[in-house]
Design a protein around this ligand. Structure first.
Ligand code: 13P
Ligand code: 13P
Ligand code: MG
Ligand code: MG
Length: 366
């Protein structure tokens, strides 16, 4: 019997700006899911990362199940009503469509799912990021699944040594899913060529070549592609299986020590370093910096253990200090050059009108 892991997240309102959801809002989701979905799933877990609420579910309905997606959608609708009653900021922010239409993908919330045959012990990691977009996972996943400098398992584990298959999505294409399959290690330079562009090419999933099993799944939603205007950042989620045929937990975490620069931060319009933070962390400086949390679980017969908070460790305090420094350093140049995203990423904001107005004021000097 197969197990499906689904993580579905949305921003449906938060306290004091884009900081964190209220206790009452989180509780409304925790109460709704078992009340309305008790026959649909086997276990669930609700958490928040910045202003985003993530619902993790284990069930037998496979990926893309309209029952599971509808349950999450309805929970977010219920939560939006609570957010409105409390006057939370951005109530219902990520719910971009009026009515549920079978699959929550393309409706605003971010979804990452995988259907697996459970191993006797099935450890996995659940990442959730705020104030950034799905391309934020490109570099860490690339380094874990291709680079022995970050993942010695590629040398030390025969299964990992057979390499991994990457499915990479062109998120600029909105007519459907435009996907390319590339193999590591032989297509390494092609993979890097695409993943260089975090705003356009996003890792969607990764498979083990030794067993064919899925290793990682990432949400690929770009909100502005759905809404046609700036509606907040995409704040992606990601599931990674670990140990055995897959990288060890620490090999998946190791690239997060970089605090690499990603798109997002204030108004989703800047570049900032990605800070690994403790679970249920809020947002602060300059509506950021972009943050990522990670819950480690084991799932057994579709029941979750309690989670381990892998970024709650003194090592990561040291990294957070480094990332804070990187955040201040790029902020020192304000709007200039690479500190802000290029025009095509801002084109859904007020800058378009401003540019049109200014354009008319230009004169060609004779
Ligand atoms: P085990 O000896 O428990 O398998 O641990 C190996 C490992 O993956 C440590 O990184
Ligand atoms: P969120 O996408 O997390 O809601 O943030 C929006 C924003 O504009 C922050 O400045
Ligand atoms: Mg928000
Ligand atoms: Mg958010």
């Amino acid at each position: 019997m197969k197990t499906t892991l689904s993580i579905i997240k949305a921003d449906i309102g938060s306290i004091g700006g884009h900081i964190k959801p209220s206790y009452q809002l989180l509780e409304s989701i925790r109460e709704f899911i078992p009340r309305k979905g008790k026959n649909l799933f086997d276990d669930f877990y609700v958490s928040h990362t910045g202003d985003d609420i993530a619902i993790l579910l284990s069930h037998q309905k496979g990926t893309g199940s309209s029952d599971i997606h509808k349950l999450a959608w309805d929970a977010f609708i219920e939560g939006t009503n609570v957010a409105k009653k409390q006057g939370l900021y951005g109530a219902g922010q990520d719910l971009l469509k009026d009515a549920f239409s079978g699959n929550i993908r393309g409706m605003g919330p971010a979804v990452a799912e995988m259907e697996i045959e459970e191993r006797p012990s099935e450890p996995f990691l659940c990442f959730a990021a705020d104030k950034t977009d799905p391309g934020a996972y490109n570099l860490p996943l690339y380094l874990t699944f291709t680079d022995p400098m970050f993942n010695p398992g590629l040398m030390l584990s025969p299964a990992c040594g057979e390499g991994f298959k990457f499915n990479i999505m062109d998120v600029a294409y909105t007519e459907g899913d435009r996907i390319i399959e590339l193999l590591a290690p032989e297509n390494l330079y092609d993979i890097a060529t695409l993943l260089r562009d975090n705003e356009r090419f996003v890792i969607e999933s990764i498979y083990s070549r030794s067993s064919g099993e899925i290793a990682a799944a990432v949400s690929t939603t770009r909100l502005h592609n759905i809404a046609g205007k700036y509606t907040g950042k995409d704040d992606p989620v990601c599931i990674v299986r670990v140990q055995g045929n897959f990288p060890a937990t620490g090999e998946v975490l190791s690239p997060y020590s970089i605090g690499h620069y990603v798109a997002g931060f204030m108004r989703g319009s800047h570049i900032g370093p990605l800070m690994p933070v403790k679970i249920n962390s809020p947002i602060s400086y300059f509506d950021g910096p972009p943050i990522v949390t990670c819950h480690a679980f084991c799932v057994h017969e579709r029941k979750f253990t309690e989670s381990a908070d892998v970024f709650d460790h003194p090592f990561w305090d040291y990294i957070r200090t480094k990332v804070s420094r990187k955040a201040v350093e790029i902020r020192e140049q304000g709007f200039s050059g690479t500190a802000m995203l290029p025009y095509n990423e801002l084109e859904y904001g007020g800058i378009v009108e401003k540019m049109e107005k200014l354009d008319k004021l230009f004169k060609i000097r004779k």
